[in-house]
Write a protein that binds this ligand. Structure first.
Ligand code: PMP
Length: 392
């Protein structure tokens, strides 16, 4: 195992080492996190709507835990398929205005399972270069040809679709909102291209589900494009504040996934308590509109404060606000200095982002107040000036 130690040392030399830090919740203070005995404003979590500590979700989970036990005991195709699963999936399909929906253990597994079920040898998957790692891994598992197009570059995608026009099945996959950049995919153009080339279009709404749409259905719905998208994937681990994921689409698609998606077939069903929590969260995501409105206002406020301070924060209006600093060591120094100033903001480095684009990824939550964010923007500016990330 010595080679591992050598490789780890190399990672350290390049400021690419990762280690687990303990982050604890702060009683009575949502939107904050406790690290190394210090209370920090949490600008790193994906709890976009501030639902992760909602008492109604906790109550639903506790009740199910006491009534139905701690584990589901088997995969859904064996004996793990409890009645609340089907009820949740009906509610998800109604929310998504789709024929059917299927719950997965998490977004990572959903992407793995869907791509591997829809594409195989002889097929081609067209994937945005900045798509999430779970999409990349799903393509690997599928053994289809992996064709990457330049980020959001529809001319490049068109060229590649034309080049592979005689391939077997063609699947186009994109994040709706990109996880490390916070920008949006050009969904209308993607729908037009998939129609032109007879491809399947799959959209991952991990960072847009709950955040966009009148009832939090996601970006495709907010743009009126839902019927042009064949496969919608979303997670319950971020805006929903719980855990798990869904796929929605046609009845035929869902039947196929039940037969072919390996994470559904070969893994134990989520515990009943988690299903109960998701069910309650789905209700709150649809009805508690004020959370979405607060988040949108926070995103505008925070982006505008950082821009005024001189940062380039990238396009879009999502709750993901990246500040690219370039090299890995600077990103780490920036993140530690922010922690010393009372802000938890993670340095994101390669391979999560391309080489030379290390960054701080700020993520916002409806749990933050306007004062929290105004104060944070001031502190971020101060730290950046001190470190030379911003010119004096
Ligand atoms: N897709 C995207 C775009 C993501 O950012 C993530 C989570 N980081 C996932 C999928 C995986 O979702 P989960 O955390 O539920 O596994």
């Amino acid at each position: 195992m010595k080679w591992i130690e050598d490789e780890l040392r190399k990672l350290e030399d390049r400021s690419l080492n990762r280690s687990l830090q303990i982050s604890a919740t702060v009683s009575g203070h949502q939107g904050y996190v406790l690290r190394r005995q210090k209370t920090l404003l949490d600008l790193s979590s994906n709890d976009y709507l501030g639902l992760a500590r909602h008492p109604a979700i906790a109550a639903a989970m506790t009740q199910a835990l006491l009534a139905e036990g701690t584990g589901s005991g088997a995969s859904r195709l064996i004996t793990g398929n409890r009645p609340p699963y089907g009820r949740l999936e009906d509610a998800l399909a109604a929310w998504q205005q789709s024929e059917a929906a299927l719950v997965f253990a998490n977004g990572y597994m959903a992407n793995l399972g869907v791509i591997q079920a829809l594409a195989g040898r002889g097929d081609v998957v067209f994937s945005d270069r900045l798509n999430h790692a779970s999409i990349v891994d799903g393509i690997g598992l599928s053994r289809a040809e992996h064709v990457r197009y330049r980020h959001n570059d529809m001319e490049h995608l068109r060229l590649l679709l034309y080049k592979h026009r005689d391939a077997g099945r063609k699947l186009i996959v994109t994040d709706a909102v990109f996880s490390m950049d916070g920008d949006q995919a050009p969904l209308a153009e993607l729908v037009a291209l998939k129609r032109e080339y007879g491809a399947i279009l799959m959209v991952d709404e991990a960072h847009s589900g709950g955040v966009y749409g009148a009832r939090g259905e996601g970006l495709c719905h907010a743009l009126g494009l839902q019927s042009g998208v064949d496969v919608h994937v979303g997670t319950f681990s971020k805006a929903f504040g719980v855990y798990g994921a869904y796929v929605s689409g046609s009845r035929t698609l869902i039947r196929w996934l039940v037969n072919k998606a390996r994470p559904v077939i070969y893994s134990t069903a989520l515990p009943p308590s988690v299903i109960a929590g998701i069910t309650e969260a789905l209700n709150l995501v649809q009805t508690e509109r004020h959370r979405r409105e607060r988040l949108a206002a926070s995103s505008r406020q925070f982006r505008s404060s950082l821009r005024m301070a001189g940062f380039q924060v990238g396009p879009g209006d999502s709750p993901i606000v990246p500040v690219v600093v370039g090299d890995n060591a600077t990103a780490l120094r920036f993140s530690s200095a922010l922690e010393a100033e009372g802000i938890a903001a993670v340095a994101v480095r390669p391979p999560t982002v391309p080489d030379g684009t290390a960054r701080i990824r700020f993520s916002l939550s409806a749990a933050h107040t306007p004062d929290d964010l105004a104060d944070a923007a001031n502190r971020i500016e101060r730290v950046a000036l001190r470190l030379g990330v911003l010119a004096q």
